[in-house]
Design a protein around this ligand. Sequence first.
Ligand SMILES: [Zn+2]
Length: 70
Amino acid sequence: MICVEFKKAWNDTSVENCDVCGNLLINRYWEFTHTDGRTYRACRQDDEELLRWLDEQRQRPGYADFLSLS
Ligand SMILES: [Zn+2]
């Protein structure tokens, strides 16, 4: 996992969000490649662990039922 600084112009008003939890990314982000081969940008180092935990929940029986209820 590496820490990456945004290199934006002062008048660049685009906003970036954390790929894991959706938080706003300000100044820098953590970049890592997940087990699905995708590269994620996260607001904090703990998000890599969170994403792994979420994957485990998705594989549990009943997860799809939970989604259809909400
Ligand atoms: Zn995050």
